[in-house]
Design a protein around this ligand. Structure first.
Ligand SMILES: Nc1ncnc2c1ncn2[C@@H]1O[C@H](COP(=O)(O)OP(=O)(O)OP(=O)(O)O)[C@@H](O)[C@H]1O
Length: 344
């Protein structure tokens, strides 16, 4: 028996949405996927007309889908945004050089201007050189800290108001758990925010905050988008990888583990299939992301005060920002100096 799409009730269902369990046809999947992102953008007032927005593009599935969908929604709903692609070349031979080739093709396919900035030009060190110094244990700390600042610097070069990244619901759930496991209460409330203002006035947001990674992969696959799918060669020991595996295990016994369902959306959701409706109601849980959002810091708890790095002028809660600390360690031949809390 042919199963019909629960939304249009006409076409054959070919996708079971990981987010809701709904069986939908290809066109309805595109429509709900894109509309949910549009709703996230408008509900959270992420942009205003005329904004210049840089899409942080790594060539991977998330940012490739982000670039495609941002361009599409910008046209469909007349957001009136000026869009750019911004890529950071960390200098990882056999990985980032290949993925940047994908971004260059995306530039042609989506007709968006592209700016690439490299760690070598900004810091004088590529990740290949850093890994030679520090090995494979703490290299992701260097890469993450440097990339954050590199994106800000790239945004200044492009003179944009806003950076959007492809962080999805799975990434955010991982970050919530990592912050809990590390007891990093200062970062915990911030990591679930959909939009933050970093250094200066450049806003940074995550239009995929409520989008499941599996749906992004499905979308990229059905739309035949051109993306690079290899994992970073330097991240096999990253802490995040262990947290990811843990969440996947949780999901196998509790599919709502990442985000749960918002009861109001569940009740609003129109479906003629009563079983699907009941399933959605039963799936009403507030799981990792909602838990992260609900955390409140007790009054009186001392939190780091944000100031300015005395060396580079970027935002920092210490005299020197983390990027400058790490860089100083590298330049002094003591790469472990900036890692941990005992830097002097
Ligand atoms: N080298 C880079 N240049 C520009 N943006 C980047 C780069 N690396 C990561 N980003 C941004 O940060 C987001 C999250 O990066 P992460 O390393 O978690 O990769 P990911 O989840 O595999 O995403 P993607 O599939 O887009 O690579 C990306 O979606 C992208 O927007």
């Amino acid at each position: 028996m042919v199963r019909l799409c629960v939304i249009c009730n006409k076409e054959r269902a070919i996708v079971k949405r990981p987010k809701t369990g709904q069986q939908v046809c290809r066109e309805c999947f595109y429509y709900v996927f894109e509309t949910e992102i549009h709703n996230t953008i408008t509900d959270n007032k992420l942009f205003k007309k005329g904004d210049k927005v840089a899409i942080a593009a790594s060539g991977g599935k998330d940012s490739t889908v982000l670039a495609y969908v941002m361009k599409l929604l910008n046209q469909r709903y007349q957001y009136d945004l000026d869009l750019f692609l911004l890529s950071i070349d960390e200098g990882i031979t056999g990985y980032r050089d290949d993925s940047l080739e994908t971004v260059k093709r995306n530039q042609q396919q989506y007709e968006l201007p592209l700016k690439i900035v490299s760690y070598s030009e900004l810091y004088g060190w590529s990740m290949d050189q850093i890994v030679k110094e520090v090995g494979l244990k703490n290299n992701c700390t260097f890469c993450g800290v440097f990339r954050r600042q590199a994106l800000d610097r790239g945004a200044v070069i492009l003179d944009v108001d806003h950076i959007v990244t492809g962080h999805n619901a799975d990434d955010i759930a991982e970050t919530v758990l990592m912050n809990i496991l590390r007891g990093d209460i200062a970062r915990l409330p911030r990591c679930t925010e959909i939009c933050t203002t970093g250094d200066g006035s450049i806003r940074r947001s995550k239009p995929f905050k409520y989008t499941y990674e599996k749906e992004i992969v499905m979308y990229a696959y059905f739309k035949k988008l051109d993306y690079f799918s290899t994992e970073c060669i330097y991240s096999p020991n990253a802490y995040r990888g262990h947290v990811r595996t843990f969440i996947k295990d949780l999901e196998s016994i509790r599919p709502s583990a990442i985000i749960g369902n918002d009861i109001y959306n569940v009740l609003k959701k129109k479906t003629k299939n009563y079983l699907v409706y009941l399933f959605n109601v039963f799936c009403y849980y507030k799981d990792i992301i909602h838990s992260g959002e609900a955390f409140e810091i007790k009054e009186g708890v001392k939190l780091p005060v944000q100031g300015i790095c005395k060396r580079c002028g970027y935002m920092s809660s210490n005299e020197l920002c983390k990027a400058c600390m790490l860089l100083e360690g590298l330049n002094r031949g003591l790469p472990k100096l900036g890692i941990g809390k005992n830097f002097k």
